[in-house]
Design a protein around this ligand. Structure first.
Ligand code: ADP
Ligand code: MG
Length: 258
C-alpha cells in the first residue's frame, strides 16, 4: 500500500495559484525531495501534507485514509511527523531531556506519573540518541552542542513520535556541506531501515541529488518534472527553470563551494 498519496491539490492565495493539480506519492522507506525556485509553492504543498494549510481542492491520503481536513495533531497521531528546531527555551536542557520531553508529550499517558520526570522514558530516549549517534552527548546541554549535533537531536525528537511519514523542511539549512551530507546519510539509513517515508524540501542540490530517491520540481505551483535524480538532471524544462542556477544541477557531488 502506498504510504502517502496526494491528488489534485489546489491552493490559491488571492490571485496567486500557489499549488495547482499537484499529485505525487511517497512509498515506505522512500525519500522524496520537492525542489523549485523561491515562490514555486514548495512550502504550500508541504504544509498541506502537514495540515498547517487546507487545500482548496484535492486529497491527501495516508495509508489510504483521507487526512485532507485533519488537524496537524490528528495527522501526527496517524503517523505524520516533522522535524522542528529545538526551541530556544530547551537549549538549556540536555539532549536526552529534550528527547524525553518529546516522548512524554507523545505518550501523554498517566502511567509513570509518579516516576520523577528525570527518569521518565530515559531508556527509550537514550536508545533514540544512540540511533542518531549522540548517545555520548546525552547529558550535555543542547546549548553546548555543535550545530550539526543539535540537528541530530532534532532528528531523534522527530523519531520519538514513531512517524510513518517524516516531513523535513530544509533540514540542512545553515549547516556546512560535510555536516549536511552526514545528516542526510543518517536520515536515509534510519528511515530506510524503519520503512519511514520522507518528504523534504531543500535548496542544496548536492543533498537533493545525493539523497532523494525521486525528485519533484515545482514551478509556479505546478509540477513540471518528477523522476529520479538522473532524470531530473537531464530534463530540459528543469534546466530552463533553473537557468540562473544551471551549474548547481551539473556540479559533481562533493565539489560544492564551502
Ligand atoms: P516556496 O516555498 O517554494 O518558496 P511558497 O509555497 O512559500 O513557495 O509560496 C508560493 C506562492 O504563494 C508565492 O507566490 C507566495 O508569495 C504565495 N503565498 C504563500 N503563502 C502565502 C500566504 N499565506 N498568503 C499569501 N500568499 C502566500
Ligand atoms: Mg518555502
Amino acid at each position: 500500500m502506498t504510504l502517502l498519496a496526494v491528488t489534485g491539490l489546489h491552493k490559491s492565495f488571492g490571485g496567486v495559484m500557489a499549488a495547482r493539480d499537484v499529485e505525487f506519492t511517497v512509498e515506505r522507506g522512500e525519500m522524496l525531495a520537492i525542489i523549485g525556485p523561491n515562490g514555486a509553492g514548495k512550502s504550500t504543498v508541504f504544509n498541506m501534507v502537514g495540515g498547517q494549510l487546507r487545500p482548496d481542492r484535492g486529497q491527501v491520503l495516508l495509508d489510504d485514509q483521507d487526512i485532507t481536513h485533519a488537524s496537524p495533531q490528528k495527522r501526527f497521531r496517524r503517523g505524520v511527523g516533522r522535524t522542528f528546531q529545538v526551541a530556544q527555551t530547551f537549549l538549556s536542557m540536555s539532549a536526552v531531556e529534550n528527547v524525553q520531553m518529546a516522548l512524554i508529550s507523545c505518550h501523554r499517558q498517566s502511567n509513570g506519573l509518579w516516576t520523577p520526570a528525570r527518569e521518565r522514558h530515559r531508556e527509550k530516549a537514550v536508545a533514540l540518541l544512540s540511533q542518531v549517534g549522540m548517545v555520548e552527548a546525552a547529558d550535555i546541554p543542547c546549548s553546548a552542542l555543535a550545530y550539526g549535533d543539535v540537528k541530530r537531536v532534532e532528528l531523534a525528537i522527530a523519531l520519538a513520535g514513531e512517524p510513518k511519514l517524516l516531513l523535513m523542511d530544509e533540514p540542512t539549512a545553515g549547516m556546512a556541506p560535510r555536516e549536511r551530507a552526514e545528516l542526510m546519510d543518517l536520515t536515509a539509513s534510519i528511515t530506510a531501515s524503519q520503512g519511514i517515508g520522507v518528504l523534504f524540501t531543500e535548496h542544496d542540490m548536492d543533498v537533493v541529488f545525493g539523497h532523494a530517491a525521486r525528485v519533484l520540481v515545482l514551478l509556479r505551483g505546478q509540477i513540471i518534472a518528477a523522476g529520479t535524480p538522473d532524470e531530473i538532471r537531464q530534463d530540459p524544462q528543469v534546466r530552463r527553470a533553473y537557468l540562473g542556477d544551471e551549474h548547481a544541477l551539473e556540479r559533481p557531488k562533493g565539489l560544492s563551494p564551502a
